[in-house]
Design a protein around this ligand. Sequence first.
Ligand code: ADP
Ligand SMILES: O=c1ccn([C@@H]2O[C@H](COP(=O)(O)O)[C@@H](O)[C@H]2O)c(=O)[nH]1
Length: 233
Amino acid sequence: MTIPSFVIGIAGGTGAGKTTVARLITENVGESVTRIPLDNYYKDLSHLALDERADVNYDHPSAFEWDLLREQLGELLEGQAIEMPKYDFEIHNRKEESVTVPPTDVIILEGILALYDEEINDMLDLRLYVETDADVRILRRIERDVIDRGRELEGVMDQYLSTVKPMHEQFIEPTKKHADLIIPEGANSVAVSLLEEKVAAEVAGDAVRDWERSETEFDGEVAGTVSVEERDD
Ligand SMILES: Nc1ncnc2c1ncn2[C@@H]1O[C@H](COP(=O)(O)OP(=O)(O)O)[C@@H](O)[C@H]1O
Ligand SMILES: O=c1ccn([C@@H]2O[C@H](COP(=O)(O)O)[C@@H](O)[C@H]2O)c(=O)[nH]1
């Protein structure tokens, strides 16, 4: 495998289609890709009772254990395996067991605030923001939370108005400015196939990586690198 891995961050509001995009663009590359859901880095809240945990604001940056995520992403980039925590949405808490994640050619960090932390942003090679209208997102979220996450409709609505919506406006939507690409409507087929090609090229080891972790200048040249036109091959 290539060290360091190629790291893609996928951010966007709840229900925007982040997980779907991550799944679709990695479907054909098997075990060469590791997906890291940011949700797994929600702080351990075992010291709180279940009803107290239900009232936590899970859309505020302070809900996440950023130090652990920075440390583990750094380890993966150095070619080391990590013990990734797992999260249980039904009990609002980290699971007791973790999962061993080996380093792979491509790593995808996906979550509402995947583009929030400056240090994490610096570790990403490609930053994506999935943008979907709020009405579509809340409809998707109601369906998912009630069916998959064992929630009552009233609770989903209360949480949306009290924390999910305001935190989206205050913290999540502004991270769009850190994105290299904005993907409209979640899993749109043009964006998915272009990204699928990029991921496959990274896995095959024949991707042009000149632009990664570099500052792009206004004329389209990439600072300190050779442009695609100047390549010999
Ligand atoms: N472009 C799309 N068109 C229709 N449904 C979509 C699209 N993208 C995602 N979905 C659906 O929306 C729901 C939420 O998508 P998901 O990827 O889980 O969002 P997120 O990870 O951003 O919360 C899922 O049921 C998914 O199948
Ligand atoms: O215990 C929890 C933890 C998180 N949430 C909500 O999950 C979403 C993030 O997941 P997406 O898959 O991106 O929708 C976030 O908006 C939290 O509000 C929760 O309800 N309970």
